[in-house]
Write a protein that binds this ligand. Structure first.
Ligand SMILES: Nc1nc2c(ncn2[C@@H]2O[C@H](COP(=O)(O)OP(=O)(O)O)[C@@H](O)[C@H]2O)c(=O)[nH]1
Ligand SMILES: [Mg+2]
Ligand SMILES: [Zn+2]
Length: 315
């Protein structure tokens, strides 16, 4: 870092540049032009992403310029459909993905949860499943026991009653979390219960994306007062169609990953191949039929990409 450069975090991004929250200081709009030195991630099509730690040089005009992007400890990325060997970075330096659902109204949707969990696995991030509106049901969805057994964090909550807010806060504090979920599940209600006004700040992403060019990928990074941050990445919801090579998908389901060594073929896609160990594992209750069904549905949405490899998270 040169003498007049200052460290900070990219908190918003649009077609014109990025907003950087300077360490101990204000937010500064910065142009991203010319060459930016990028440690690692040479396959990224997004030179600077929300969540990036950067060094900013202050100009005489009071504006900043991103001089350097520090090595990313993780990336939430999807393959770039136009460049086979590149990926589009939705957000950098995340610790976990938090998927918010409702127990009812709208109905609990394990298929959506499974897709988001697969995305988290692809990016090598932890994941937490939050089920809100527990006041509307007598018992939690039975699927939650499966997620717990697979090692995922599970939080049941009712923003209406205040239940689970402490557990959700504990899961968020000190970590950088991408929070996602369908509209109407109570995401805003829960975020405001964690920290008053938080949903409004997270919701500011919609303002950015309306005028910005990257309508589906604009993200916003909101620091939490107690430490850590919440990142809203609208692009994560479209990950149902993400372009990962099919042969990678079995590794994105922890339960199938555990069974795969028993399949006859190491590249088994668990869809009826001879010697596939999954049907027996389902019969034995080791893999649930609905997780296997989620996996098959996700597989169907993917193009049959054979010839290319893409960098995974951590690059
Ligand atoms: N019964 C019940 N309703 C809730 C709960 N949390 C939120 N809601 C309601 O669900 C609707 C959607 O909530 P909102 O926070 O805007 O959801 P978002 O679209 O995910 O941000 C609103 O009418 C809320 O009042 C809850 O725990 N229980
Ligand atoms: Mg909302
Ligand atoms: Zn198999």
């Amino acid at each position: 870092m040169t003498a007049d450069a200052r460290p900070g975090t990219v908190v918003r991004q649009d077609a014109r540049g990025v907003a950087v929250l300077l360490e101990g200081g204000p937010e500064l709009w910065c142009a991203v032009r010319g060459r930016v030195h990028l440690e690692g991630a040479s396959t990224s099509t997004t030179t600077v992403a929300v969540g990036d730690r950067v060094h900013v040089r202050l100009g005489d005009d009071g504006r900043g310029r991103v001089e350097e992007v520090l090595r990313r400890r993780s990336v939430l990325a999807r393959p770039d459909p136009h460049h086979e060997r590149r990926q589009h970075v939705l957000a950098a330096n995340l610790d976990q993905v938090v998927v918010v659902t409702a127990a009812r109204d709208p109905d609990f949707a394990p298929g959506f949860v499974d897709r988001v969990l697969a995305v988290a696995e692809w990016s090598r991030l932890d994941a937490v499943v939050v089920v809100n509106k527990m006041d509307l049901v007598a018992a939690p969805p039975p699927e939650l026991e499966v997620y717990r057994a697979l090692g995922y964090g599970v939080v049941t909550a009712s923003a209406a009653r205040g239940d689970g807010v402490a557990a959700l806060t504990a899961a968020l504090v000190g970590r950088v979390s991408a929070v996602t979920g369908h509209s109407g599940v109570g995401k805003s209600s829960l975020l405001n219960a964690v920290q008053p006004g938080l949903a409004l700040k997270v919701g500011a992403v919609n303002e950015v994306s309306r005028r910005g060019r990257q309508t589906t990928t604009a993200a916003v990074y909101v620091p939490l007062e107690a430490g850590g941050a919440v990142v809203d990445t609208p692009g994560i919801r479209e990950f149902g169609l993400f372009n990962v090579p099919r042969r990678e998908v079995p590794w994105l389901f922890r339960d199938l990953r555990a069974v795969a060594p028993r399949c006859r073929f190491p590249d088994c896609l668990h869809r009826g191949e001879p010697g596939c160990a999954v049907p027996a594992a389902v019969a034995a209750g080791e893999v649930t039929a609905w997780r296997h069904a989620s996996y098959l549905r996700l597989l169907e949405t993917l193009p049959d990409v054979k010839s290319w490899e893409i960098g995974r998270g951590g690059g």
